[in-house]
Write a protein that binds this ligand. Sequence first.
Ligand code: FAD
Length: 406
Amino acid sequence: MAERAEVIIVGGGIIGATAACALAHADIDVILLDMHAPHMQWESNTTDLRVSALTQASANILKTLDVWPDMIQRGVCCYRDMKVWDGNGDGYLHFDCADTDFNELGHIVENRVTIAALWHKLQSLPSSQCLTGHKISSLQLADSQAELTLDNGKQLSTPLLIAADGRESFLRQQAGISVTGWPYRQDGLVATITTDRPHQHTAWQRFLDEGPLAFLPLHNGQCSIVWTLSTETAQSCLQLNEQAFLDKLHQASGGILGDMLATSQRAAFPLKFQYANHYCAPHMVLAGDAAHAMHPLAGQGANAGLLDAATLAELVIKGKQAGRPMGSQKILRQYERQRKGDNLLMMSAMDVLNKTFAHHNPAFSKLRSGGMNWINHSAQIKNMFNQHAMGLRSDIPLLAQSLPCW
Ligand SMILES: Cc1cc2nc3c(=O)[nH]c(=O)nc-3n(C[C@H](O)[C@H](O)[C@H](O)COP(=O)(O)OP(=O)(O)OC[C@H]3O[C@@H](n4cnc5c(N)ncnc54)[C@H](O)[C@@H]3O)c2cc1C
């Protein structure tokens, strides 16, 4: 006999675990399933290669879910300034939290910190159950429910299945939801770097010929880098010995943080522009990277996914309170309407930005630098950028406004 829950979420990354936490706060009975158990503890001298720059809106979601204090204990790093400059011109942009009502522009957080704190919170919420160690082997979308079979033969059923199983979502494919997109032929090379000069709680980003190089401040004083390179260059950088890599990185950084003293192991992630043509199917809905994968140059993928999770949870909770059946297609469509356009706009903006900096024509470079400097000197436009970069718009879900949705 199949085990049943009001909601089943496949994918216990940042997005799936956030949706689970929000629903469990409303006493909705939820199963969170991931093929891997998350790391809940680690050696203090290690760092996760995957980090996210979380906006104020994302921090609000995690604070309202009461996950933030645990994250602080595990280690988050605020950034108060963001400095962006053109490696091929004199274009320069400086965003400073002193121009906002906040003490910081956002936070850099290792993904393992966010995920561990969310799973830890879930363990204390009685209506949630976490299952790990097994993949989904089949999905059936029936008239009244979604039916899942795991690779150990276990069967599960639910009126609402949330697919938060990442960019290559197995569930999205099984449900026959098509995607539109293209590979960037660029990789995001990531590593943790010890630099000679302190990071000054600043997110640094230098635009170079093959893509941007970002230095993101970490709570232990090191920096996490996200370096967009052609796939070929990224692969060759992975093969370099430590000193040769650090020399190349120092040159690419323009010396902004002094010498590069040490690097962790390195990894490279192939980048893609991809969106699901539909966010929902009967009794199933997509969230996070399963619905949209975007260029990481402005660090917005997880932030967009957190808004998906908060919006979806709010609609499902309100629907239940109003007596609507769980998994109602009307609610899932409402979610799609609220999030798809917003996500597409963000992805397209990242895509345009990536293309803008890929132009090496001197006249275009001059125009680009002029544009950056013009924005830098316009308080009004910078304020608009700041609000957007912090994720604080008027139409965001309740959790992102620091309001409970249960
Ligand atoms: C280099 C790089 C830098 C980035 N920097 C930022 C940043 O600064 N800020 C930001 O907001 N975003 C950033 N992003 C994007 C961000 O990392 C992603 O958008 C986010 O992690 C997506 O989370 P998710 O939970 O949707 O998917 P994932 O993190 O991919 O999680 C999916 C989960 O599903 C599980 N799973 C998959 N298939 C199955 C299955 N069949 N059965 C069971 N479980 C399954 C996996 O084990 C995994 O735990 C960056 C991305 C890259 C590549």
